[in-house]
Design a protein around this ligand. Structure first.
Ligand code: ZN
Ligand code: ZN
Ligand code: ZN
Ligand code: ZN
Ligand code: ZN
Length: 572
């Protein structure tokens, strides 16, 4: 089998169906995709609103709740307690299959009728504004995260404690404004760090402590901008940097950005992942074009493929024991054999279904809990189910659509509420052209600030807790109003961090942009052999390095991007 180049029916760009892809398509029994991997990811992500929250009433108990569905949405939204109660059952909304109408249209009819759960926060204790998360305690504004305590404004963190503005991190404590950190303690403004502590502005460092503004270091202490200082000089530098003030932090942020621009970086964050391509991959095998992936094997075109995922293709989140999952979003906790599903948890043999939990052998269903053998939310005997399912799948295959995700109009969200907008930004017209909706319902307030930044002390040391609860701030970038909650303020006080002058959304966006896009370009190593570092002799090439790779750094990026071997020769 040879690779075959096709044109995406959506963006018209060429894409390649690799022989390895075909093996998967045959295994899943699906038709080959008509859209390129990026358009496929965009379509799926437009079905997930992670962090745009609204206050609204629960349509069942009428309580005021926080919800990922704006109050103007035309379908019933229930609070978590009402939705997960055993006094109702989604098969009440079941319908007979009508062979004269397209099947997916009928799925959409069911999906619109069945109540939706406002936010998904399984087993959470004292945690507000938490979504698509489980097992968290005392958290606030937390998304896609499990087993954390005391985390605020954080995203994709696991087993972390007492951190603010943290993303994609694991087993990390007292971190602030950091991304991609593992087993670390008291790291601020850092990225790509492992086993490090008590440091500010680190990039790609491991085993470091008491360092400021360093890149590519291993097992170092008292380094500032990659230079060794003695303990007293280090402490003098830290005291003079004024990191308790907003201007001190911004000055160092700028200096670090200038410093890092001249340091080589690895073509992608891929560690211990043979046969893998993409970015942010650890301890994986044969994960092709995957982004944010760990403890995964034989996956492709995936984002957030993690914690024992195998044979997951075209997935946006598949983990906690996920096997044989195709073209699905938010699939996790002991799941297998899903095709084109949205939020299928602890379920097997699920196809074209939305929000189903602990259910098996079901097709075209929404909101099922502990139900098997359902089609369009109507329950059948296993034999009846097999017959009807076969008939429907045959028709879908004949139409070439079995394996294609739901059409864009089926998304319950406006495009601008979803994570697709972060990765594939569009304006309302662009979204409409692709068939996505757009939500104009207001988010947040503007102009209600009670204090101007000129009147706010530069240093956190001059700010008092009684000021906090009374104040509404305005973001210096987007003008949106925001609050600093008391536990967040205590955190800033404890770590001597100035009050953030950007709103939580702008802070999140800054970290996400710094992660780079979830796409790849073919490029060559930029090492020309003229490196002046002491390690130059270890590169093993005289003039330009000939290694090539796939990298998330687009060709027009200015970063110095090295192949793995040149990068390894440069780390100190
Ligand atoms: Zn495309
Ligand atoms: Zn309710
Ligand atoms: Zn803002
Ligand atoms: Zn190289
Ligand atoms: Zn080199």
């Amino acid at each position: 089998m040879n690779p075959e180049t096709r044109n995406c029916q959506n963006c018209k760009n060429e894409f390649v169906i690799e022989p390895e892809d075909r093996v998967f398509y045959q295994k899943f029994g699906v038709c080959e995709p008509k859209m390129c991997p990026l358009c496929r990811a965009q379509r799926r992500l437009a079905f997930r609103n992670e962090r745009v929250f609204y206050k609204r009433a629960c349509d069942k108990c009428k309580r005021e709740i926080v919800s990922m569905y704006s109050p103007n949405k035309p379908y019933p939204v229930w609070c978590y307690e009402c939705w997960f109660k055993d006094d109702w059952d989604a098969t009440e909304y079941g319908a007979e299959y009508d062979p004269t109408r397209p099947f997916l249209e009928q799925v959409n009819d069911i999906y619109k009728k069945v109540p939706k759960v406002a936010l998904i926060y399984v087993r959470s204790v004292n945690s507000e504004y938490v979504n698509i998360s489980a097992d968290n305690k005392n958290c606030y504004m937390l998304v896609e995260s499990s087993n954390n305590e005391g985390c605020i404004h954080s995203y994709w963190v696991q087993q972390c404690r007492d951190s603010v503005d943290l993303s994609y991190s694991h087993q990390t404590e007292l971190a602030y404004d950091s991304d991609d950190c593992y087993n670390s303690y008291r790291l601020l403004y850092s990225k790509g760090c492992h086993d490090s502590r008590d440091s500010y502005f680190l990039y790609d460092c491991t085993g470091c402590s008491d360092c400021i503004g360093c890149v590519n270091l291993r097992n170092k202490q008292y380094y500032v901008f990659n230079e060794r200082l003695d303990k007293e000089s280090y402490e003098r530098f830290l005291a003079k940097a004024g990191l308790d003030t907003a201007s001190g932090v911004e000055a160092l942020r700028k200096k670090f950005a200038d410093f890092i621009a001249n340091q080589p970086r690895k073509y992608a964050e891929i560690v211990n992942a043979p046969g893998s391509s993409g970015n942010y991959i650890y301890d994986a095998k044969n994960c092709r074009k995957c982004f944010h992936s760990y403890d995964a094997e034989d996956c492709a075109y995936g984002e957030h493929v993690w914690r024992n995922a195998k044979d997951c293709v075209d997935v946006s989140t598949a983990g906690r024991n996920a096997q044989t999952i195709y073209n699905s979003i938010n699939t996790g906790i002991d799941v297998a054999n899903h095709i084109c599903c949205v939020q299928g948890w602890s379920s097997t043999f699920l196809e074209y279904s939305f929000n189903c939990f602990n259910s098996n052998h079901s097709l075209g269903c929404a909101g099922l809990r502990k139900k098997d053998y359902c089609i369009l939310n109507k329950q059948y005997s296993p034999e009846e189910y097999d017959d009807l399912r076969r008939k429907i799948i045959e028709e879908m295959k004949a139409a070439g659509e079995y394996g294609e995700f739901f059409s864009s109009q089926f998304s319950p969200f406006g495009y601008n509420e979803t994570v697709a907008q972060e990765q594939f930004p569009l304006d309302a017209t662009g979204a409409e052209r692709l068939g996505f909706g757009w939500e104009n319902y207001p988010r947040g307030t503007y102009g209600r600030e009670t204090v101007k930044w000129e009147a706010v002390p530069e240093s956190i040391r001059d700010f008092h807790s009684q000021d906090i609860t009374q104040n509404i701030f305005a973001c210096t970038a987007c003008n949106k109003n925001y609050l600093v909650i008391p536990t967040e303020f205590q955190f800033y006080k404890k770590l001597d961090i100035p009050l953030p002058r950007l709103c939580p959304d702008c802070r999140h966006a800054r970290r996400m942009i710094a992660r780079g896009p979830s796409r790849l370009w073919s490029r060559a190593c930029m090492c020309d052999g003229s490196t002046s570092s002491p390690q130059a002799s270890q590169h093993g090439h005289q003039d330009r390095c000939r290694n090539e790779f796939e990298t998330p750094y687009a060709p027009n990026r200015t970063e110095i991007v090295y192949c793995e071997s040149c990068y390894n020769s440069e780390i100190a």
